[in-house]
Write a protein that binds this ligand. Structure first.
Ligand code: UT7
Length: 379
């Protein structure tokens, strides 16, 4: 076993968003809603939808390979793969195990992490502990989701919010200054059923009844979730920054979970923190759950919003109600992102199972794949 090190730092980052785009205008034709309502209540204009050949595992593998390339590493340098997701390809095997094979890694341990939208931040904290204890030198932490496969496209309260995608980092051992500075994780089960996917587990196994009652889709108490989110994002952020020995004013950029621009504005207001120093890309991707923080982080780095030496705060909340925040000093050269150029879906293959393949694409969005690309009007 390697000797314990004092710190861990982000050395690689990457993301992947599928190419199909579902706009508010499309949703207007599917459910009773309108662009003005969606934009004013959420800030979301469009979201990405995984194609029929894509899964959480395949998108995670692309984002992961990109992060490994950015770090200047080879897949086999990774000692541990963590995939935060609420939409694994299967309950078992883990999506992380499938990702391991897809990226061509031979020796890493691999596991999924269930903390809903906080999955990536919880994964970062777990990876940090592995690195700090000396159990791993390089950990690949991925947040990836195919929420379109668990979204009820007849429920206007949820279908306007969610999208698909993946983001990843490599967290590496380091004795140099910088890297992870403070971590805070919380879970408040009082709100456990605010966001809920009822069917398919041990309490409500999938059956004809659960199928008929749409229990295999996400349910959400929107207003309760909203209030809890603003409160918990604020308290978790403050605790993380304080544990780093910093003040909020020391933070150069906050990268929050991209659930709803009004939640992010509520966070800014409650912390008295300027919106200009909060990264927002929810307008283009919607809420991608565990993928949202690493997807936003990769975009923030690629667009010049992050410089070496900057202090960042990554903060998320999700079903559970889980919340997590990481305060870190960014040390990597943003230009290293160019090393991932050219890596795409054709570079990864998820090993198929032995059953006959099915088309996993949501039937309600089948029209999106056709060249005509026009949503049928709602009945
Ligand atoms: O990762 C965490 C995941 N979840 C979240 O982050 C969700 C947090 N919650 C929210 O973002 C917001 O609560 C929503 C965007 C979901 C809803 O916004 P809201 O301002 O809380 O609206 P509301 O639920 O209070 O609904 C207001 C009205 C209702 O109509 P009535 O009862 O006032 O007649 C809804 O039926 O808006 C109606 N409504 C819609 N109208 C047009 C709900 N969804 C829609 C829609 N289009 N898509």
């Amino acid at each position: 076993m390697a000797r314990p090190v004092s710190g861990a730092r982000v050395t690689g980052w990457g993301s992947y968003a599928p190419s199909l785009v579902l706009t508010n205008a499309d949703l207007e034709r599917m459910v009773e809603t309108n662009d003005e309502w969606i934009v004013s209540r959420t800030g979301i204009r469009e979201r990405r939808i995984a194609g029929p050949d894509e899964t959480t595992g395949s998108m995670a593998a692309v984002a992961g390979l990109r992060a490994i390339a950015t770090a200047g590493l080879a897949p086999d340098d990774i000692d541990l793969i963590i995939v935060g997701t609420l939409t694994p390809d299967y309950p078992m095997p883990s999506t992380a195990a499938l990702v391991k094979a897809a990226i061509g890694n031979k020796h890493a341990a691999a596991m999924d992490l269930a903390a809903a939208c906080s999955g990536f931040v919880y994964g970062y904290a777990t990876a940090n502990a592995f690195v700090a204890s000396g159990m791993a030198k390089h950990v690949l932490v991925i947040g990836a989701e195919t929420l379109s496969r668990v979204t009820d496209f007849s429920d206007r309260g949820t279908c306007i919010l969610f999208g698909d995608g993946a983001g990843a980092i490599v967290l590496s051992a380091s004795d140099e200054p910088g890297g992870t500075m403070g971590i805070e994780l919380t879970t408040e089960p009082a709100g456990a059923y605010y966001i809920w996917l009822p069917a398919g587990g041990a309490a409500r196994p999938a059956s004809d009844v659960t199928l008929a009652t749409h229990e295999h889709y996400m349910k959400m108490k929107g207003a309760e979730t909203f209030r809890m989110a603003v409160r918990t994002l604020g308290s978790t952020s403050l605790a993380s920054v304080r544990s780093a020995g910093l003040q909020l004013s020391d933070i150069d950029l906050v990268v929050p979970h991209q659930a709803n621009v009004r939640i992010i504005e509520g966070l800014a207001k409650s912390l008295d923190f300027p919106m200009e120093r909060i990264f927002v890309n929810v307008g283009c991707y919607g809420n991608t759950s565990a993928a949202s923080v690493p997807l936003a982080l990769a975009e923030a780095v690629a667009t010049g919003r992050v410089k070496q030496g900057d202090r960042l705060l990554l903060v998320a909340f999700g079903a559970g109600v889980t919340s997590g925040a990481i305060t870190l000093q960014w040390t990597a050269d943003p230009a290293a992102g160019e090393r991932a150029a050219g890596i795409g879906p054709s570079d990864v293959t998820i090993r198929p199972g032995y059953l006959e393949p099915v088309n996993p694409f949501p039937a309600a969005l089948e029209w999106l794949r056709s060249d005509a690309g026009t949503a049928p009007a709602a009945e």
